[in-house]
Write a protein that binds this ligand. Structure first.
Ligand code: ITT
Ligand code: MG
Length: 174
């Protein structure tokens, strides 16, 4: 079985490989646009990005499962929160959706995002590192390394795969 992930970001691919370990399948990453802004600014926009990527990944030749994982932020009364969403698409099945961990961003990072900057480069500058988004992620930085981006997306992937299996088992495919 071929599982296509709508991204080549290693933090996302690691998460997909983790949860499909022991399954007889091949995992491939493909550059697929999210169809939303580079920096999604709400849960709704982030979900849309994840669903778009999953459904476009499924259209790639021989794909049996398409996966979309998307990071964004959500404005709340207690500040700007990192949000993460995932989607799993398969033929004949309503696209499965799951949400991941959320933590608040410090005001100095939040204000730059609200001014239109992207989290990826802002985080690199803030932490004085490179490619944080492909490694531990903002979540890794702000949790002192306790939960990195790959682990966070692994949890989202388990929520997706688990729901997929439940629906397949119970015939709730539509
Ligand atoms: O190559 P893709 O799959 O697009 O991976 P990405 O890192 O850009 O990830 P997203 O598009 O899902 O994330 C949307 C934006 O938020 C940034 N971002 C999201 N989560 C992040 C994190 O944990 N650490 C750093 N940047 C993050 C990211 O760089 C983008 O600007
Ligand atoms: Mg991106």
């Amino acid at each position: 079985m071929l599982v296509v992930v709508g991204s080549k970001n290693p933090a996302k691919l690691i998460a997909v490989r983790n949860v499909f370990e022991g399954y007889d399948c091949e995992i491939a990453g493909a550059d697929i646009p999210s169809g939303v802004r580079n920096q999604p600014m709400s849960d709704e926009e982030t979900i849309k990005g994840a669903v778009n990527r999953a459904e476009a990944a499924l259209l790639i030749q021989d794909a049996q499962i398409g996966i979309g994982l998307e990071g964004g932020v959500e404005v709340t009364e207690s500040g700007l929160y990192l949000c993460n969403w995932g989607a799993l698409a398969a033929d004949g099945l309503e696209t499965v959706i799951a949400g991941g961990a959320r933590i608040p961003l410090p005001p100095e990072v939040a204000s730059r995002l609200l001014d239109g900057e992207e989290l990826g480069p802002v985080m690199d500058e803030y932490a004085g590192k490179r490619n944080i988004r492909k490694n531990e992620g903002a979540v890794g930085i702000f949790t002192n390394g306790k939960v990195n981006r790959g682990e966070m997306f692994s949890h989202v992937m388990n929520l997706l795969l688990g729901q997929y299996e439940y629906r397949m088992k119970n015939g709730a495919s539509r």
